[in-house]
Each structure stands twice: as C-alpha cells, then as structure tokens.
Write a protein that binds this ligand. Structure first.
Ligand code: NAD
Length: 260
C-alpha cells in the first residue's frame, strides 16, 4: 500500500515510534529512523518488516530539542529519499512534579521535544508534500492532549499544543492531498511508562505488578495497555486511501480513559 513512499518517524528507536515504523515498513514504505540509544536493533526489525517490499531504511540522530539538527535531518531525508511523504512526530519525554516544584529546564525540554520539534518538522516537510499533492502528517499526542492529570503540567501543555497544531495544519491543507491527524494513546507499556511504574512502586513500597495494576486502575477503564503494534495499525489507517478525507482529528486509543 505504501511502496515508493518514505516515512520519517521521530523518536523511533523505541516504544511507540518503533511500532509505527514497523507497521509502515510492513506496508512497503521506506523508513527514516530517529532517536537515541541502540539503532542496529530497531533498524533490523524495520528492515525485516519491510523485506517483502525491499524497503530502504535510513537513520538520523538529530536531537529534537535543537532546531538546527532538525533542519539537518530533513535535508538528509530529502537528499537520501527524495521526499518525506509521511511524517510521524512521535519523539517525546515526560517529567512528573507539581507546578511549583517543576524544574524550569525540564519544562523547556518537554515543550521543545514534544511540541516545538513537530512545528519544525512540519514546516520543513510541508512544501514538498504540497507540491506532490499527497502527504500524511501524524502527530503522536496523548490522551493528555485532551484531558489533564496532576503533576504533568509541561506534558499536558505540550500535548494540548500538538493537538492544536494538528488542527491548524489540517485546516491549512484541507483542499489538498495532505492530511494531518493526531493519535492520543492512554497507557502504553514502553520505557517512558516503565519509569513511572518503577517510581510508583518505589514511592509506595509496593511490587511493580501492584504498581502497574494501580496505574491502569486509576485511569484506564479497560484495565489494559494499548500496544505499539495497535498504534502502528492506526497510523497505517491514517495513511490509507480510505482516510484521505480524515482531517484534524485527535483519535484516542486509550481504553476509555477520556470517555469518563
Ligand atoms: P519511549 O521512551 O519508549 O521512546 C521515546 C523515543 O523518543 C525514543 O526513541 C527516544 O530515543 C526518542 N527521544 C527522546 N528524546 C529525544 C530527543 N531529544 N531527540 C530525538 N529523539 C528523542 O517513549 P514512548 O512511550 O514510545 O513515547 C513515544 C511518544 O508517545 C511520546 O511522544 C509520548 O509522549 C507518547 N505517548 C506515550 C504514551 C505511553 O503510555 N507510553 C501514552 C501517550 C503518548
């Protein structure tokens, strides 16, 4: 379905970004990976997923908090792959503290990585998508783009912000073949959430199993984690012809969290 297209997925060396990269590769898209840590493992998983379509996989290690590095990454993608047809803005970090205790430098980093990076990648990817009259921009927001939780001020602000950016980008391109939509997951058991489970277990002197059960029980009516594979399939849907007129939605996959 996506053979000949190129998808750039930010923060795709782990978790949800890697799940989305694998799902798009399975549909035949070439993939540009980004993110920190081990790259060889994710690269071989993505190559394996796209084996039938003989996809190409690239990597750029741009730090999403730095506009200059984001620009270099977009230039790299254009030079190596011709054009970014599918842009998935997924890189994100988290910090948990009350507003009065929130370290200002963590606030700045969360806004830069979770929100401002998507502005930069989007503004740089749009002209070529508009020229081709085809493009898919998928912003990985969060249920926290729709509702709030205590102690997550920067994260909630950034995720509400990216839902806003999604709607504006969708509107500005509404008469073209370029769509922009957001995905709003609830809990997904990735390294980002594992840290929160570990912190809860330590703070309350309980087992990780009990901390996990509590975490789900507090917010997620389904009492189930969403998986990176399921989110990958949602991204594939947004790239499909059937979703060509789906514009500016913020689609929860949150076990009923935001329905409460
Ligand atoms: P993760 O920690 O598993 O992965 C984050 C990815 O972003 C990694 O590849 C990491 O290297 C990369 N990254 C971090 N800082 C970066 C930077 N400065 N520059 C470039 N790459 C950077 O996290 P995840 O849970 O897969 O989260 C991915 C996205 O999904 C985030 O935007 C997060 O807010 C969102 N999300 C996660 C959950 C969840 O429950 N896990 C729920 C809702 C939304």
């Amino acid at each position: 379905m996506l053979k000949g297209k190129t998808a750039l997925v930010t923060g795709s060396t782990s978790g949800i970004g890697l799940g989305i990269a694998i799902a798009l590769a399975r549909q035949g898209a070439n993939i540009v990976l980004n993110g920190f840590g081990d790259v060889d493992g994710p690269r071989s998983q993505v190559l394996e997923a796209g084996k039938a379509a003989s996809i190409r996989v690239g990597y750029h290690g741009a730090d999403m908090s730095r506009a200059g590095e984001i620009e270099e990454m977009m230039k790299y993608a254009a030079a190596e792959f011709g054009r970014v047809d599918i842009l998935v803005n997924n890189a994100g970090i988290q910090h948990v503290a009350k507003v009065e205790d929130f370290p200002p430098e963590r606030w700045d980093a969360i806004i830069a990585i979770n929100l401002t990076s998507a502005f930069h990648t989007t503004r740089l990817a749009l002209p070529a998508m508009q020229q081709a009259n085809w493009g898919r921009i998928i912003n990985v927001a969060s249920v926290h783009g729709l509702v709030a939780s205590a102690q997550k001020s920067a994260y909630v602000a950034a995720k509400h912000g990216i839902v806003g950016l999604t709607k504006v980008t969708a509107l500005e391109n509404a008469t073209t073949g370029v769509t922009c939509n957001a995905i709003c997951p609830g809990w997904v058991l990735t390294p980002l959430v594992q840290k929160q489970v570990d912190a809860k277990a330590t703070a309350q002197g309980i087992s990780n199993e009990d901390a996990t059960r509590q975490l789900l029980g507090e917010k997620e009516p389904s009492l189930q984690f969403t998986t990176p594979e399921e989110l990958g399939e949602l991204a594939v849907f947004f790239c499909s012809a059937a979703a060509g007129n789906v514009r500016g939605v913020a689609w929860n996959m949150d076990g009923g969290w935001a329905a409460q």
